[in-house]
Design a protein around this ligand. Sequence first.
Ligand SMILES: O=C(O)c1ccccc1N[C@@H]1O[C@H](COP(=O)(O)O)[C@@H](O)[C@H]1O
Length: 213
Amino acid sequence: MCGTTSVADAALAAQAGADALGFIFAPVSKRLVSAQVAREAGLAAGPTVARVGVFMNQGLGEVLRTAEAARVSAVQLHGPLAGLYVKQIAAYYPVLRVVRPEELAGAAREWDGVPGVTLMLDAPEPGGGVPLDWAALRADFPAGAWLAGGLGPANVAQAIRELSPGAVDAVSRLELSPGRKDPAAVRAFVAAARGELSTVKRPDVDNSAACAD
Ligand SMILES: O=C(O)c1ccccc1N[C@@H]1O[C@H](COP(=O)(O)O)[C@@H](O)[C@H]1O
């Protein structure tokens, strides 16, 4: 659940069953949040909810200082970034490295087996609410990668069926206005994603017993 800007929205998402909250620290964003509010919101979400700091083309020092001040548990990196920079941040925080569709195949090769770096596929305009052509991306989508881009309550189940992502992430289709969550959409999104994830057959999970029952 990305774009969290308040304690109230963090509590809402946690109560709805979100596994992770995203806090956007990229100055270009309409959902920009301060490290202090992110820290308070993360505390309100409780001990089992991950806290992801979202950055775009920001310096190494700024990323590490903000992540520390906000007490995030992972960092999401957007933009054309050098591999060395990503690895330097991965020495401190688990990294979600965001890639566009045209970068997916190359990034899957580059980051395959690199500890601490998980790929996240997103649309070319982050936070733009535009879904991807999931079927066309299936061949290049690596196991365990996360999926974002135009996901909402009405389409998240189909996206999970198409790509079996490790996790799904959304923002603009869950809002009343930028930075302000729509409670009904938040609850419907988590319910739809959880419902589909409980039935999807993953390549790394033997659920044949469940199928036979
Ligand atoms: O949402 C933003 O404003 C934003 C700004 C800078 C980097 C990332 C941003 N959002 C990310 O966009 C995706 C999905 O957005 P949507 O569901 O398509 O609206 C998500 O990963 C956000 O973290």
